[in-house]
Design a protein around this ligand. Sequence first.
Ligand code: GLN
Length: 194
Amino acid sequence: MANIGVLALQGAFIEHEKTLRSLGARAVEVRLPEQLAGLDALIIPGGESTTIGKLAVTFRLLEPLRDFAVHKPVWGTCAGMILLANDIGRDQPLIGVMDIKVDRNAFGRQVDSFETDLTVPELGAAPFHAVFIRAPLVTGVGEHAHVLARLDDGGIVAVRQGHWLATAFHPELTPDDRFHRYFLREVAGLPVLG
Ligand code: GLN
């Protein structure tokens, strides 16, 4: 059984745990550095990136998270994507391993939440229904980062860079588990049920 950590400082971690368990993985809540030991991969959930970052500093988790990410697969959703980015154009605690430029709250107050169908070739032909909540947008990708999905206007909302995955939306809030399967099987090389 694969051991998948879910950073559980703040935000939508319980929903990720449910999906992981339904795919035959063990979901482990991570709040302390020692809880990273023995994990095969980690998910950083959506929430508030400033809060998650500050709590990670308080719990002396930021460096251990960076070390973990250097060696092991990590997926950040929404606020998690912000934490993985190495450039967000402002100063706040980041893990900062991915070579992507991210604009926080890029959709502004008028449309701070929306849902849309995305074409994601890596997941197959069926569109992926994506939920965006005060979402970030990727405004630049380095040469090693690979775009997985764009909005109709070209805005980048899913990126893979080696063993790191970042999505601006919340795949844990919809029943379609193809992104979780993709992370476990393709990005992390772990077994998946079904
Ligand atoms: N707006 C949040 C941030 O900047 C992210 C929102 C989310 O994770 N749903 O951290």
